[in-house]
Design a protein around this ligand. Structure first.
Ligand SMILES: Cc1ncc(C[n+]2csc(CCOP(=O)(O)OP(=O)(O)O)c2C)c(N)n1
Ligand SMILES: [Mg+2]
Length: 560
């Protein structure tokens, strides 16, 4: 077997179902081996950045590492940088494979040569260079192991082009045989201490983050919260940690969250942070939406994350999902109808219902162009319970995060803390590849959509039928908001004019819908989901529905 075949055999041994990639001469032997591999479907993309977003989403949906193959060393590899940085901060497992200049040319400023080791180091969990062809199986096994051990992350493996052609005799290594079994790790003695703290609390709140999803803890958390009547809020971007209609789930807390969830966290006398760093988008690193005097219990699989931004009364290294399950068991004696916080929690539940009623009422607006509230309501009305929603970082999507409902975990994929524009469409395609039977609905701004819209052809060619809803406010809205609010409306670089994306979709072989009037969005969405083909819905939305999010950084402008 040659190096290329060894690589593909190693991917097979890792249980990979798809390889996303873009062809390049550096890795021809790998492609030639993929040609014969019936077990792996190859998805050719139009841009490596978009491809890495697809694999990021694929990994989050399946909770295991997917593969991106940047066929070309140099330019093909450098195009991955943005997607890798995104995956690193989202803690998504991903294995990216790329070539390198021939080992006999390395270091000569050779054709398409760049110091890839240095380039990728800060945007990956690990970047590895395979030194010899016979070690390809070992390095691929190692990449999967590292990507998914403990807190996940992206790993790059790079291989000089000549190694792929060399014949080797190494045994293929199966990552599962070398797995670090951290998931499921729970310290029951320490969990008993959390149970004791709950027994003494009169207003406990659980803030649940991605760790609960990675630890498959949704069911346990749901039972715990319901039986004990403990309010649960999610960290930013993880509003899918429990179903939106769970009686004790209040959605996102903090600056990107809603008033009821944030009030609960401010009033709490015990905060249990399960699988969340309490990071920037959840807290702004402040106590604005956290009770300052409440002891914090923090549980995370990553030791470095515990107690990092806030002092903790109890810090535990462990799997958030398994911890929720153990806590559920150890509080079997407690019941929602006798806990001291029952009235407090019930009042919040009423307020949460009132908030949804208010949103639905605002969503009845018949104004054109469509208001944000109307757009979100029409989407809410149609989203199936098993839908996966992908969001981008613009102002419309940010507002949507807490305004849509998610019923199946995972059901929400967003750029999280990298906050990059241009993620959502590609992410939707990766999610669809991972979960072909679930409807995938992508929301995007008119700016962000154009960054990766070439991937419509990827959706068509590879039968990845997602429905993209492009919210056209004629501007880079999230940024224009700052010029409106802090720079006296001196707009520069803010407005954009987009082609009719529904037509772009049609020309690319997908279905297109244009929406301008109330009611049309839910109709188009319903139809597009029924058709089961790649579709783009172009929606004209209110250009004034912009929110300036980082008001904290413009205080110097307020006084001027
Ligand atoms: C790759 C990247 N470039 C630039 C930005 C800065 N940025 C953040 S939000 C935003 C506006 C996005 O516009 P659009 O996609 O139309 O969404 P809208 O805010 O209008 O809803 C920009 C340019 C970014 N976050 N990421
Ligand atoms: Mg826009």
């Amino acid at each position: 077997m040659n190096g290329g075949e060894a690589l593909v055999q190693s991917l097979k041994a890792a249980g990979v179902s798809h390889v996303f990639g873009l062809l390049g001469s550096t890795t021809m032997e790998v492609y030639d081996a993929l040609y014969d591999c019936k077990e792996i479907k190859y998805v050719g993309v139009r841009d490596e950045r978009a491809g890495t977003h697809m694999v990021d989403a694929y990994g989050r949906v399946l909770r295991r590492a997917g593969v991106f193959l940047a066929g070309q060393a140099g330019p093909g590899a450098t195009n991955m940088v943005t997607g890798l940085a995104q995956a690193k901060i989202a803690y998504s497992p991903l294995v990216a494979i790329t070539g390198l200049a021939a080992s006999g040319h390395l270091g000569r400023d050779a054709f398409q040569e760049v110091d890839q080791q240095a380039l990728f180091a800060p945007v990956t969990k690990r970047t590895m260079t395979v030194p010899r062809a016979d070690r390809i199986p070992e390095f691929i096994k190692e990449a999967f192991r590292i990507a998914t051990s403990g807190r996940c992350g992206p790993v790059v493996v790079q291989i000089s082009r000549d190694l792929f052609a060399q014949n080797i005799e190494s045994a293929i290594q199966k990552p599962a045989d070398y797995a670090v079994v951290l998931h499921g790790m729970v310290n029951r003695g320490e969990v008993a201490r959390i149970a004791d703290m709950l027994r003494k609390a009169s207003a406990p709140v659980i803030i649940a983050g991605a760790g609960v999803k990675w630890g498959d803890g949704t069911k346990a958390l749901s039972e715990l919260a319901q039986r004990l009547g403990i309010p649960v809020a999610s960290s930013a971007g993880h509003g899918d940690v429990l179903p939106s209609d769970h009686p004790m789930f209040f959605g996102q807390v903090g600056p990107r969250g809603n008033t009821v969830a944030s009030r609960l966290a401010r009033e709490a006398d015990l905060i249990v942070a399960l699988g969340t760093r309490l990071g920037f988008n959840t807290t702004f690193y402040t106590y604005n939406d956290l009770a300052k005097d409440a002891p914090i219990v923090q549980v995370d699989i990553e030791p470095e994350a515990v107690g990092r931004y806030f002092p903790v009364a109890l810090g535990l290294v462990g799997d958030a999902g398994a911890t929720a399950a153990a806590l559920d068991e150890m509080t079997a004696d407690m019941q929602a109808d006798t806990v001291p916080w029952r009235n407090w929690a019930a009042r919040a539940a009423k307020d949460r219902e009132a908030l949804w009623r208010e949103r639905d009422k605002e969503g009845e607006s018949s104004r054109t162009p469509l208001t944000a509230a109307r757009v979100f309501k029409e989407i809410r009305d149609v989203l199936p319970r098993d839908a996966i929603v992908t969001l981008d970082a613009g102002t419309m999507c940010l507002q949507a995060t807490d305004q849509l409902r998610y019923f199946t975990t995972p059901g929400l994929l967003s750029p999280l803390d990298f906050g990059l524009v241009g993620f959502s469409y590609a992410a939707g395609l990766g999610a669809k590849a991972a979960a072909p039977n679930r409807p995938v609905v992508t929301l995007m701004g008119d700016g962000g959509f154009a960054m990766t819209m070439a991937e419509i052809t990827t959706a068509v060619a590879n039968d990845l039928p997602t429905v993209a809803v492009v919210l056209d406010n004629g501007c880079w809205g999230a940024e224009k908001a700052y010029q409106r609010d802090f720079y006296n409306g001196r707009y520069i670089g803010a407005d954009i004019k987009s082609p009719p994306y529904n037509k772009v979709a049609e020309l690319s072989g997908a279905r297109g819908y244009a929406v301008t009037a109330p009611g049309e969005l839910s109709d188009a969405l319903r139809q597009a989901l029924k058709d089961g083909e790649p579709a783009v819905v172009h929606v004209k939305v209110d250009p004034n529905a912009m929110v300036s999010f980082r008001r904290d950084t413009f205080t110097h402008r307020r006084s001027s």
